[in-house]
Design a protein. Structure first.
Length: 210
């Protein structure tokens, strides 16, 4: 993480929002929609843990990692402390996750709050490569970030090209608005494969077989 940021102030602000019941789950609803039921999810840069809690309340098995102790203290106070680990994005190798008592494979990996902007180009490429190694065959990586900054869509696409991940969707917000070059925000979905498997359980799709 970059030095010189007021992490204590940020953590205090987010704690107030959580305790006040502020709706901070727009990314949770997006990820839930994109995921199969009972997915295993890793939230990189989980902050105060609201997304992890929101995903778990929807039946997913979610864990959060963050390198910043100030925000993790809030997450552990508000929610189950066993869901969270102090860890940086570039540390998500399978052996590091195992050492920290976390699963080594995931259906979904999430970076929902400008996490790539905290990473150098080399770190972003390494993170993409490691995410690709952690994802199940039909798994996805979901990233929400400001467009015109370090770690934005252009940098993500370069990192994806080297990792074997494919861009499958890109929106200008969590509500599925179309993405344009001038869009200030981006939500990108990367996958190991371009097509997604259909579920056998009812999910609103009833494909008639010929």
């Amino acid at each position: 993480m970059r030095k010189g940021r007021d992490y204590e102030g940020y953590a205090a602000k987010m704690r107030k929002h959580a305790l006040a019941g502020t709706d901070m789950e727009v990314d949770v609803r997006f990820v839930d929609m994109m995921s199969k039921r009972s997915s295993r999810v890793l939230d990189i840069g989980c902050g105060v843990g609201n997304a992890v809690n929101g995903l778990r309340s929807r039946g997913h098995t979610a864990y959060g990692i963050d390198p910043t102790p100030e925000v993790l203290e809030v997450a552990r106070d508000l929610y189950d402390s066993s869901w969270f680990r102090q860890m940086a994005a570039i540390d998500i190798a399978a052996e590091t996750l195992l050492f920290n008592g976390l699963p080594q494979t995931y259906d979904v990996v999430v970076m929902s709050g400008n996490v790539p902007s905290f990473l150098s180009a080399t770190e972003l490429r390494k993170t993409f490569a490691r995410v690709a190694g952690l994802l199940e065959p039909a798994g996805i990586l979901v990233i929400g970030t400001t467009t015109a900054i370090q770690g934005g869509p252009a940098d993500q696409d370069e990192a994806a090209a080297e990792s074997g991940l494919t861009l499958t969707h890109r929106f200008s917000d969590w509500h599925l608005k179309p993405f344009h070059a001038e869009s200030p925000w981006s939500v990108s979905v990367f996958a190991l494969t371009e097509s997604r498997e259909c579920t056998d359980s009812p999910d609103g799709m009833f494909v008639l077989r010929g």
